[in-house]
Each structure stands twice: as C-alpha cells, then as structure tokens.
Write a protein that binds this ligand. Structure first.
Ligand code: FES
Length: 211
C-alpha cells in the first residue's frame, strides 16, 4: 500500500526526534485540536540571558502527520530565540517535511500551536508578556477550552461542565459540574490551576465542584 506521505514525513514518523517530557521544564503546554480531538504536548528549556531554546521535547497523541510535524518543529526551534521560534509557521514545517496532504493541515497546525503555547507559558511564568491585557471571564473561558474532560476526551467547555466563571480583582472562581469525589476531579482541578495560574494578574484561583 502506498501512503500519501513524503519519505521525510514517514522517516520522522518512524523515528521522531526529541520525543518525551522535560522534567521541570521552563515552559510547557498541551494543545488539543478541535478538528480531530487529538493532542500534543511541548516542553521547552530556555536560556534566560539569550532567550534561546536550549532543549525541546514533545509528546503526541495524534496521527502520523502530527508526530512528524512535532518532530520537525523541535528541530527547527532548537537554538532559536523565543521570538524566532514563535514565527515558525505550519507551512514552513510542512515544507520541511516535503509537504503534507491538505486534509492533514490541521495536524501540523496543532503541533505549531503546541510550540507557541509552550513559549507563551514560558513568557507568562517569567513575566515577559508585553501586552498585559486584564484577565476577563472570556480569557478564562478560552483557557478552559484547553483543559480536557477525561470522561469524554473533549474539552471542559465543549462538554458543558463549566457552570460558572467569575473574575474579580485578580480572583478567579470556576464552578465545575462534577461531584468533588469524582475520580477525575483532582486531575481536572490541577489542570485548570495550571492553565490559569500563569496569567499575569491572577492572584487567587478557586475551583469548586458541585455536590
Ligand atoms: Fe488528529 Fe492528525 S488527525 S492530529
């Protein structure tokens, strides 16, 4: 059977570079694709003086295109400054792979979004965000779209279990429609905290589960 992939894609899929996690990474993010529900995590270490990416790893729960793109973007991003790495486009990644079938464009977009989100996470955690917009309910809602609901494999917002969000003077209150003793409640809470905490003006986060 002939796969609709270039030799380079197949080679990166079979032998992906920089796979895995970085323990205590300087920046990390997990992004999910609304198109297919797959996910990718990207971890980066950054030299604080030069702002260059010194190490990068990824884990993919996606398809061959996503794995190959994750692999190629780690190679493209390593050694680049954060600003340079932010500018890597899915088109560049796809070109470096010798092209991807059109139907698979969202898979490489997902990998690029993972990289950009990991950079954003680093910048937020290190006070490097230039445009300091205040955190609003919309901002929190957007972040909760990145938190998976393990019951369904889709995000918390799409599965309609976010019952309330309040933001008041740096205090964020999120209400989740799950009982506190639910087996996934601690993991969901942890992920919500992880996504909201880096926002520059957030001082306190309360995640409440409904009885
Ligand atoms: Fe989901 Fe490719 S089909 S990442």
């Amino acid at each position: 059977m002939k796969f609709p992939y270039s030799e380079i894609v197949l080679e990166h899929f079979r032998h992906p570079r920089n796979v895995g996690q970085i323990e205590n990474a300087d920046g990390k993010a997990t992004e999910g694709s609304p198109a297919c529900g797959d996910m990718v995590s990207v971890y980066i270490n950054v030299d604080a003086t030069s702002n260059k990416i010194t190490d990068i790893k990824f884990e993919s729960y996606g398809c061959a295109s996503n794995i190959a793109t994750g692999s190629i973007i780690t190679e493209l991003a390593k050694g680049k400054t954060l600003d340079e790495a932010k500018k890597i486009t899915w088109k560049e990644a796809s070109d470096a792979l010798g092209g991807l079938p059109k139907i698979k464009a969202h898979c490489s977009v997902l990998a690029i979004e993972g990289l950009r989100a990991a950079i954003q996470n680093y910048e937020e955690r290190h006070g490097l965000i230039k445009e300091k917009k205040p955190t609003t309910v919309e901002v929190v809602n957007k972040r909760l779209k990145k938190v998976m609901n393990p019951i369904s494999g889709l995000d918390l917002v799409r599965t309609n279990i976010v019952k309330d969000i309040k933001v008041d003077d740096g205090k964020v209150h999120v209400v989740i429609d799950l009982p506190p003793e639910h087996q996934f409640a601690p993991a969901i809470k942890e992920e919500i905290m992880e996504k909201i905490k880096p926002l520059w003006d957030v001082k306190e986060i309360k995640v409440e589960f409904m009885e």
